[in-house]
Write a protein that binds this ligand. Structure first.
Ligand code: ZN
Length: 106
């Protein structure tokens, strides 16, 4: 596993991003606001809140996947080409799955 086991596990699991989002009440529109602009504003706030929630869930999924790759010994190896992922890249984005070359290919 190239010495990435416990060190990375600690780094990833202690990251603030690992904190699970609390169960949130569904976002509701402010029904007491009057006027069209207030409703549009409330809808924009709702859309932004939902987008932020989706972003957090996606980040949690990426971190979960990284933890599974640590367990399986695949962490740090590109899922596309199988080459080693650059250490600098892992420093910046520990949950990344691809080397720089493959990530650039998209
Ligand atoms: Zn690659």
């Amino acid at each position: 596993m190239r010495g990435v086991g416990n060190c990375w596990r600690f780094a990833i699991s202690s990251s603030p991003m690992m904190r699970r989002p609390r169960k949130r009440a569904p976002v509701t529109l402010d029904q007491e606001s009057v006027g069209r602009l207030s409703r549009i504003d409330a809808m924009q706030v709702q859309a932004m809140a939902l987008a932020a929630q989706r972003h957090r869930q996606a980040e949690c999924s990426r971190i979960d996947a990284a933890l599974m790759r640590i367990d399986s010994g695949d962490y740090g190896w590109c899922v596309r080409c199988g080459e080693e992922i650059e250490a600098k890249r892992l420093d910046r984005a520990p949950a990344t799955t691809m080397c720089l070359a493959c990530a650039k290919e998209g």
